[in-house]
Design a protein. Structure first.
Length: 289
């Protein structure tokens, strides 16, 4: 009898073989970089790419951002065919831009167009850091300026989702000129009494943060977004002081008066709707009694 007990097959759990591990489909699961939780990517997308354990906001593509923000089927893109040239003949710039176009399906680092939010018309620009890290080259500045002019012509508010590493070094001074160009376009919008809502997402840095991203009538940001001009290490080396741990985060900027509100992604569309609704007399040209 005792011999029979030891002769029975053991039903212990086995460690999956390397072959079994390889059979798990790639792209099925991901790890949150903040809390290290493992989650299904499908479930993460249902949650608008926000970790349901710690609230970490994962990056989203420009097309995902548009789908989250605008009414379904309302988006009409502007200037989709515009492609950057290589004015300085910068080494490998043309090849890298071509690879980004192939990889992302985008022609540039920003998508512009118009649509509606709960039936209210808006003009929108959404930057995409997958393309040259969302850097601002000549085409980004031109598309932005044209979109702002469309907002002026159609008497609609302009919403910009910024996500950028700053000016595009491969275009040199041509990139830096876009800071003035977009700021001038926004001044025309301001003179017409129209609304500009700037939404800063992770990251918003360099020449973008120093120009149009900070010029909103209302400046919003997503939680924990990195927002600033120069890098933390450069600043510390320059001033020879240790910076606060939360320096250049959305929460730090809100505390010091550089933002109007930090808005979670799930609340962004509703927040934009409320702001636009409050300012509706201004952006429709209807005077209040």
């Amino acid at each position: 009898m005792i011999r029979d007990l030891f002769s029975k097959k053991k039903k212990y759990a086995t460690i999956p073989s390397e072959q079994a591990k390889q059979e798990v489909p790639e792209g099925l699961m991901t790890k949150c970089p903040q809390c290290k939780s493992i989650m299904y990517i499908k479930e993460l997308r249902k949650n608008q790419m926000v970790c349901d354990q710690c609230g970490y906001h994962h990056r989203v593509t420009s097309s995902e951002r548009i789908a989250m923000t605008l009414d379904e089927g309302s988006f009409e893109e502007f200037d989709a065919e515009m492609i950057s040239k290589d004015p300085l003949q910068f080494p490998e710039y043309a090849d890298k831009s071509a690879k980004d176009r192939e990889k992302t399906g985008l022609n540039e680092a920003v998508i512009t167009g118009k649509g509606t939010i709960e039936g209210m018309g808006v003009v929108i620009g959404v930057m995409d850091p997958r393309f040259r890290m969302g850097s601002m080259g000549s085409v980004v500045g031109e598309k932005m300026s044209r979109a702002i002019q469309r907002a002026v012509d159609e008497r609609k508010p302009f919403i910009m989702f910024a996500a950028s590493g700053g000016a595009r070094m491969q275009e040199g001074v041509f990139s830096l000129m876009q800071m003035a160009k977009t700021s001038t376009a926004l001044n025309r919008l301001h003179e017409e009494g129209l609304l500009f809502i700037s939404v800063m997402t992770h990251p918003t840095t360099g020449g973008v943060s120093a120009s149009f991203a900070s010029l909103g009538d209302i400046n919003l940001a997503e939680p924990q977004a990195l927002i600033g001009f120069a890098g933390r290490r450069i600043i510390e080396q320059t001033i020879r002081q240790k910076l606060p741990d939360d320096f250049q985060t959305a929460e730090f900027l809100l505390k010091h008066g550089q933002l109007d509100q930090v808005v979670a992604r799930k609340e962004m569309k509703k927040t934009l709707q409320n702001i636009i609704d409050i300012h509706r007399p201004a952006h429709t040209g209807i005077k209040e009694d």
